[in-house]
Write a protein that binds this ligand. Structure first.
Ligand SMILES: [Zn+2]
Length: 329
């Protein structure tokens, strides 16, 4: 099986470079978004672009290409391999993630998250599907609604950075697992406490793993075993974050729910994403097949560029979304 990091097809990027950007004034964009949303039950699909203002790095820059060409994610099959090689992948992953979780935990929702939460609360937009694993839509809506209501209104298509799971279905809050990692690795816990004390910012990737110095050895890092598995008489260190890795498929129930959200809405509002990932792109395709109007808000090329039925506005979300709330609510 050939595995690759999802990317925007080069043909679209080159066409897009030739196409003249349709910039709009923020007043015009606000008016067009507001009239689109006020027409009915809208589903929302978001991506990394909405979290950039919270300091979460996007994988792709304005030209749609990877910002860090050397970025090599760990693939699902490597992380769950039941072998010494698999364990060393987990050592590397979890050490970087242990350090990288610190800035992730500090991020807070930005005006775009709050605007979308306000629109959801006012009933202007319906359910929201996000490709982000950063929990920031949850954090914004949690200020207004209870946790079960929040879970009902937001679908995290690719999972969440705030949970971990083992291969036997045991799920733990990430903060709990973080503490276990610290207990098993006291000298890294000291290192992390020092980072926290000095406020130094390690360089992180969007899924929260940190970029460590080449000289760092991962060999002595201890990945804790799953305690529930241990209780069932099994030693199991195959624990992964509860989000979809490169090379991993989305759970069927999540996929079904994402389709039913799009099918149940009258229209689709896509915001802050290139839709390079097929699991998200196929939702837009589904909306178009069903002839639902699509409004697309993103700066830079996307996989949907040039598709008939997609109305695209090239303007940063932060410039308009708060005003959209005032215009609609
Ligand atoms: Zn387990």
């Amino acid at each position: 099986m050939r595995l690759s990091v999802p990317n925007i097809p080069p043909s679209i990027l080159s066409k897009s470079a030739l196409r003249k950007t349709q910039g709009v004034s923020s007043a015009e964009a606000v008016q067009r978004i507001a009239s689109f949303l006020s027409l009915g039950h809208t589903a929302v699909l978001t991506g990394a672009g909405v979290s950039v203002d919270s300091g979460v790095k996007a994988y792709r820059g304005k030209d749609g290409r990877y910002m860090n060409p050397d970025y090599k994610p760990i693939f699902y099959q490597e992380l769950i391999e039941d072998s010494p090689r698999g364990y060393s992948f987990r050592q590397r992953y979890w050490l970087r993630s242990y350090i990288g979780f610190l800035p992730v935990r500090r991020t807070i929702p930005n005006p775009t998250h709050h605007a979308l939460a306000a629109l959801q609360h006012a009933g202007v937009v319906g359910p929201l599907i996000t490709q982000n694993v950063d929990g920031l839509h949850h954090a914004a809506l949690r200020r207004i609604l209870s946790e079960p209501e929040v879970d009902q209104r937001i679908l995290e298509l690719h999972g969440s950075i705030f949970k971990v799971n083992c291969q036997h279905g045991h799920v733990y809050p990430r903060t709990v697992f973080q503490a276990w990692l610290g207990e098993a690795n006291p000298h890294w816990r000291t290192f992390l406490a020092e980072l926290e004390r000095t406020g130094a910012q390690p360089k992180t990737n969007p899924d929260g793993d940190v970029v460590l110095d080449e000289s760092v050895s991962y060999d002595d890092f201890v990945v804790p075993h799953c305690p529930s598995c241990e209780g069932e008489g099994r030693r199991n260190s195959i624990i992964k974050p509860d989000f979809v890795f490169f090379g991993e498929t989305i759970r069927q129930d999540v996929k079904d729910r994402s389709y039913s959200i799009v099918e149940g809405a009258n229209r689709l509002f896509v915001i802050g994403t290139t839709l390079a990932t097929y699991s998200a792109f196929r939702l837009l395709k589904r909306a178009l097949e069903l002839r639902k109007p699509v409004l697309y808000l993103n700066v830079g090329p996307t996989r949907a560029d040039g598709l008939p039925g997609v109305d695209k506005l090239e303007i940063p979300t932060s410039a308009v979304m708060a005003d959209v709330v005032h215009a609609v609510v």
